[in-house]
Design a protein around this ligand. Structure first.
Ligand code: SAM
Length: 182
């Protein structure tokens, strides 16, 4: 979709078992909607494997990383840190700034939480951004934010190295084996 700069998603917090599905969906949403990489915490090796497996089958490029220090990723990030939180500024008011940063070759790290997010993350973030000021979900807020930032272009993105490719159909399901055609 674009050459650079990097768009990454960091999932802060993960309760094994309880958060497995949500953390997996954060990764799958990041991948499907145009991010380059998801970074998951040390407890999230199972969701990481699931997202890697989907990427292997349905294509990339997309990287899945597990880190022992999620907050270290924020501290070390060379670019813009955007924390998604119901307490932040409306996405519609800041999407232009975020698009401008990407156009200006600045990498963007989107941070989503699971449980209560420590306050120093709010302080370190360049932007605390809300998708409505209502409580909902990290998956929903990530999806809306990526779509706003990419202005819908991610919907036309074509991946590479897919073993399986879904062929859109008005009715029914069609999946082609593309493992030897690329
Ligand atoms: N109660 C937690 C807190 O105060 O940080 C939030 C828990 S919420 C289920 C999990 C994550 O969803 C949040 O950390 C945030 O990233 C995201 N989220 C939920 N509602 C949001 C909203 N309206 N806008 C942006 N992100 C939201």
């Amino acid at each position: 979709m674009r050459d650079e700069p990097e768009v990454a998603v960091l999932r802060l917090g993960h309760r094994p078992g309880r958060d497995d599905r949500m953390t997996t969906h954060v990764g799958l949403t990041a991948r499907a909607l145009g991010a380059d990489r998801v970074v998951l915490g040390p407890e999230a090796s199972s969701p990481a494997e699931t997202v890697r497996d989907i990427t292997d089958r349905f294509g990339g490029p997309f990287d899945v990383e597990v880190t022992g220090s999620p907050k270290g990723v924020i501290g070390d990030w060379d670019g813009l840190v955007v924390h998604l939180t119901m307490y932040g500024l409306p996405i519609q008011d800041v999407e232009g700034d975020l698009q401008g940063a990407l156009d200006g070759d600045t990498a963007v790290l989107f941070v989503v939480g699971a449980e209560k997010v420590p306050f120093d993350v709010y302080e370190r973030a360049d932007y605390n951004v809300a998708v409505t000021n209502q409580p909902h979900s990290e998956v929903a807020s990530l999806a809306v934010t990526l779509d706003r930032v990419f202005d819908g272009r991610e919907l036309d993105r074509e991946g590479a190295d897919a073993d399986r490719t879904v062929v859109p159909k008005e009715t029914g399901k069609r999946v082609e084996d593309t493992s030897e055609t690329e």
